[in-house]
Design a protein around this ligand. Structure first.
Ligand SMILES: Nc1ncnc2c1ncn2[C@@H]1O[C@H](COP(=O)(O)OP(=O)(O)O)[C@@H](O)[C@H]1O
Ligand SMILES: [Mg+2]
Length: 241
């Protein structure tokens, strides 16, 4: 599924969180939006699923403008979000959390197949199947959040900060899982403060600063860019970003 953001703006009262952003994500490709905390990344994701209204511009899926389409209908048409902060149901098991992702589907056999696919992608969750959401580690929670989005059988998967707060080893595992998901042909839009990870997973990168897109380029090119390295890819852990 192709996603086009055409000159979109999103405001919260006087706060112009997203200003005239245009991004084209071709069907089956992986794109990344990178930018500092507060740049407007999550707001764009919420706009795509219809949780916040546009102040201007158009969102198109496979060429059709969906600005006024309700969230549930966007889910039905194949858009799924793994939200920042994971947002699991703490008193529900892993299995039931995953099942909530398929709540609009009636194709029981295909849902079962997708559940098996999620456990295959994240073998750790097989062991944690009956554990409650609140007992999971950060990495396990993230696996469930992505797994739940996959249970909607998306054609466009939105991943908001999948690596946030995870240990390096877990991030590595997560990166491998995201690659495997992308290889299935689903379109992926990835949002990360971890620019290095996002750019290594994507074909195209978009740099967001204070709600504005300041650059779009092949991710490989952005990874090499000296100015960008200083601003977003610095490996000095004490650097203020
Ligand atoms: N519901 C909201 N109400 C008011 N301001 C918001 C709301 N959500 C986000 N913002 C503001 O919009 C800007 C962008 O936030 P956000 O999209 O969360 O950034 P990012 O995900 O890049 O860290 C910030 O200034 C934030 O404070
Ligand atoms: Mg965010």
């Amino acid at each position: 599924m192709r996603l086009e953001l055409d000159n979109i703006s999103i405001h919260f009262g006087a706060i112009k969180a997203v200003r005239n952003v245009s991004i084209d994500v071709p069907s089956g490709s992986v794109a990344a939006i990178i930018g500092a905390n507060g740049a407007g990344k999550t707001t764009i994701m919420r706009g795509i699923v219809g949780l916040v209204p546009l102040a201007g511009g158009d969102i198109r899926l496979d060429g059709t403008v969906i600005n006024d389409v309700p969230t549930e209908q966007r889910t039905r048409s194949g858009v799924a979000l793994s939200p920042e902060g994971r947002r699991l149901f703490p008193e529900m098991t892993v299995e039931d959390n995953l099942r909530t992702g398929a709540y609009l589907r009636r194709d029981a056999a295909a849902v079962k197949g997708d559940m098996d696919m999620v456990y295959d992608l994240f073998p750790r969750l097989t062991e944690r199947r009956q554990s409650l959401g609140r007992t999971l580690s950060g990495g396990e929670q993230q696996m469930v959040a992505i797994g739940r989005a996959l249970m909607a059988a998306p054609r466009l998967l939105l991943l908001d900060e999948p690596s946030l707060g995870l240990a390096p080893g877990v991030i590595h595992m997560m990166a491998g899982a995201i690659r495997r998901i992308a290889d299935t042909g689903v379109t992926v839009l990835l949002v990360e403060q971890n620019s290095h990870l996002a750019l290594s997973l994507s074909r195209t990168g978009h740099v967001l600063e204070s709600g504005r897109l300041i650059r779009s380029a092949p991710s490989a090119e952005l990874l090499q860019d000296e100015d960008l390295k200083r601003a977003y890819l610095g490996d000095d852990p004490m650097a203020v970003k």
